[in-house]
Design a protein around this ligand. Structure first.
Ligand code: INI
Length: 162
């Protein structure tokens, strides 16, 4: 029986791949751990940290406009968005969480540059801390691994003529 052709990315940083990490300052005690996780993932998958630029924005709300600008210049292979939107007692939560996810998706689709989503949206600070390098992993790490796979997949698709 014939087998289908599989086109997929590798979890190895392609030579020369450049990344911008767009990181919110709001809830920085959590977001800093996400940035660390993302940089660690890049290095442990063969990347040179000199090929990462970290861009700080005030809060998660501001991530999409900067991610869109950076991706639109096509000087980076992928963007990794990191932030922490924590419900706590703020009514801001629903507006910020909804808009940042829509904005990041829209920026990726309109530019064609992969933008991975490492923005935590949690009910509590405890849940955010769990996802920032303690018992539930590190969402910044996960987002960087997805970015690496998408860069590699883009190359594989080019090679396959798709
Ligand atoms: N920004 C965050 O990154 N996380 C939050 O939890 C948050 N809350 O809850 O308010 C938050 N608000 C600030 C927002 O992102 C903007 O920076 C601000 O509204 C100015 O535009």
């Amino acid at each position: 029986m014939k087998t289908p052709r599989i086109v997929e990315g590798l979890l190895v940083v392609p030579t020369g791949a450049k990344i911008a990490i767009v990181a919110a300052r709001f809830n920085h005690f959590v977001v800093d751990r996400l940035v660390e996780g993302a940089v660690d993932a890049f290095v442990r998958h063969g990347g040179d940290p000199a090929n990462i630029t970290v861009i700080r924005v005030p809060g998660a709300w501001e991530i999409p406009i900067v991610a869109s600008r950076v991706a639109g210049k096509k000087n980076v292979s992928a963007v990794v968005a990191v932030g922490a939107v924590i419900r706590g007692s703020t009514p801001h939560f629903d507006h910020v969480a909804g808009e940042v996810s829509k904005g990041v998706a829209s920026a990726a689709l309109s530019t064609g540059v992969p933008i991975s989503f490492g923005v935590l949206t949690t009910d509590s600070i405890e849940q955010a801390v769990e996802r920032a390098g303690t018992k539930a992993g590190n969402k910044g790490w996960d987002a960087m691994v997805a970015a690496i796979e998408m860069i590699s997949l883009g190359q594989a698709l080019d090679e396959a003529g798709i």
